[in-house]
Design a protein around this ligand. Structure first.
Ligand code: GLA
Length: 388
């Protein structure tokens, strides 16, 4: 009750800051740390994470923001292009420094990611490959990287974005669900499916499972992808999991990236949240854990939207906060298994810490997708999720 009152007082204070035009910087940082840290609020439910770059973590930590998170994800530093820039020559320094930071700060680390069609080194994308040589290289990469990070990570996104971006009913019915061709081309990209068919997914999970067993590492193995709230894409993930299981290949969970846009939710909040919850329920009912791996909520409808405001208008920030709260509410609801053998939501991670660093800003508009503002202050999203 006291806490609810404090939250109300604080929200009023922030609103007043905006109303009198002083901006969020006028609100003291103590005001929000008094309300508590997000990871403490959810400690009985799931870990709360953020993706960070090695170069940003100390700055966010100094501002007090890293206390809100008990999990981190390397925004780039564990991707293939960064860890194996030359064939067989590894560069683990940046990833290692995140792992050391996490150890010193009692924080867990999500591993992201072992195989993806993007962010690959030129030696790999430019190589003449056959199916067999590609699978051989994949197995070696996974073995070497998992061995290096043995015991340091609690989960690996083994495979990222192996499905089409959008899936139609016809594609789902015919089984044409795999990303390939022009959807998997471009700089630093490789059409794994075109080369290997679904065997690259099976081999990735099979190898990761063998490696963890041989290392005695209990790291969990996840499939990670975007728009998994979409019913058709959800069904495609179900097919992927069934395919692995039919071959006796282990998979522990699904990463729902959750790069969302506020206008999608505003168009019909109930429908948006029902789809999101249906996906969480479908996956957990299958005995899989769910991580929300890359949560952010863009306020513009499209990458190409022209800049409509300078600074985030309060009414937009409020709506964004409500959407964050709805997502956290569903995650909390499924944070314990609903039946024996079912999975649960065990992590929620935002893709970034504060609006000053986000991949979502374009040359056309500035985005505001995160829980903390460009000047590292709490936004309405913070007050909403801390007081659920
Ligand atoms: C995908 C990837 C992330 C990151 C984001 C944003 O979702 O999984 O690693 O690159 O895109 O760019």
């Amino acid at each position: 009750m006291r806490r609810a009152l404090k939250t109300i007082v604080c929200v009023i204070a922030v609103v007043l800051c905006f109303v009198i035009g002083a901006g969020a910087t006028a609100c003291s940082p103590e005001t929000f740390t008094d309300n508590g840290y997000i990871c403490d609020e959810y400690k009985d439910n799931f870990s709360v994470g953020a993706a960070v770059l090695t170069g940003n973590i100390n700055r966010y930590d100094k501002a007090g923001l890293m206390h809100h998170f008990n999990s981190i994800t390397a925004e780039n530093e564990m991707k293939w292009r960064f860890v194996e820039p030359e064939e067989g020559q590894y560069s683990f320094g940046a990833g290692d420094s995140l792992v050391s930071w996490a150890k010193e700060h009692n924080t867990e680390v999500r591993g992201h990611c072992l195989v993806w069609y993007k962010s690959l080194p030129p030696w790999l994308t430019q190589k003449e490959l056959t199916k067999e040589s590609a699978l051989e290289i994949l197995r070696k990469h996974i073995t070497d990287v998992m061995t290096h990070f043995k015991g340091e990570l609690y989960v690996w996104d083994v495979c990222n974005e192996a499905l089409h971006g959008n899936i139609s009913q016809a594609q789902l019915d015919s089984g044409d669900i795999w990303r390939r061709g022009s959807e998997a081309s471009g700089d630093n990209s490789l059409d794994w499916y075109g080369l290997c068919g679904v065997d690259f997914i099976k081999e990735a999970f099979r190898t990761a499972d063998q490696v963890r067993k041989s290392l005695g590492d209990d790291v969990k193995l996840f499939y990670n992808d975007y728009t998994l709230n979409n019913p058709l894409k959800r069904q495609a993930v179900v097919k992927l999991v069934e395919m692995l299981r039919a071959d006796g290949i282990a998979i522990d969970g699904i990463g729902m990236q959750a790069h969302y846009r506020l206008p999608q939710y505003e168009a019909d909040r109930d429908a948006f949240m029902a789809d999101f919850e249906d996906s969480v329920r479908t996956f957990t009912d299958m005995g899989l854990d769910v991580h929300i791996t890359e949560l952010d909520i863009q306020v513009y409808p499209y990458n190409g939207s022209t800049q409509a405001f300078d600074g985030l208008p309060l009414e937009v920030e409020i709506a964004q906060g409500e959407m964050y709260a709805d997502i956290f509410r569903v995650c909390r609801k499924y944070s314990a298994p609903t039946a024996a053998g079912h999975g649960r939501v065990s992590n929620v991670t935002t893709w970034g810490v504060a609006d000053d660093h986000t991949y979502a800003s374009t040359s056309i508009h500035t985005e505001y997708p995160l829980i903390f503002s460009r000047d590292l202050q709490p936004k309405r999203a913070y007050y909403e999720i801390i007081s659920l």
